[in-house]
Write a new protein. Sequence first.
Length: 293
Amino acid sequence: MDFATNFQLLVSGLAMGSIYALVALGFVLINNAAGVVNFAQGEFVMLPAFFAAVLLTEFNFGFIPAYILTLVGIGIVGYIFERVAYYPLRNRTFLPVIISTIGVSMFLKNGAQLVFGTEPINPPRPVPSAPIMIGDVAIDPQFVLILGVTIVCLIFQYIFFEKTTLGRKLQATAQDKQMSRLLGIRISVMIAITFIYSSILGGVAGILVGPIFYVTKDMGGLLGLKGFCAAIVGGFGSVRGAILGGFLLGIIEQYAAYYMSSAYRDGFAFIILILVLLFWPMGFFGEKVSEKA
């Protein structure tokens, strides 16, 4: 086996898996906090990719200001989304909320086409395009950046949720809303913060993946589906499962595309999903739920 090729596949798999993990985290956090699946999560990857690309190419912003403005902007969009798509339906069953998120997803996709046009945008890279050479191994610097930023995000998330009062309140809300309300925690505020945070995670994913692919209105749909697959593979509702499911999906996808067929690259994620649902219906880290008769 060619070590250089396999190592390059591993790095690229971890990089794409990082993107899937960030998207999957958005699904899981909103599901845990609000009890719904946000099918517009992919659009929270697409929109910031467009925001950053336009700021960099049309308005000549620097990378840091463009990225900060993009994350602030998508955070505001996430809050508006929560007020429009979730809050009015919060006391209804999950189905109307899911339909609402699908409707907003279609609105955002078509709105992006109206505002940004139909031509793909290729944003500049914040790192050099020349590969990093380690012996015979050539590594794309953008992949290294993706891995580094994802690790920082995961460390921040751990510290935020485990070491801060606000993070503990968010965890309490996800675990038991009724008890949290009795303890004086404002549930509606915690859920709104979760939507904002999840949209920012999607924003980070969009900023990172934008320079690798052309930014189009359809890019969020596929990334959202793969993030959803990663969340199910890891065990829907498990933060650890979302992270590991994303990495696993990215690695398997890269190796399968290289050694089997690149034409079916996007289909491997769904093959893995079907296999997991057949043999591990709760996912690798899902919790078993029992009901009393």
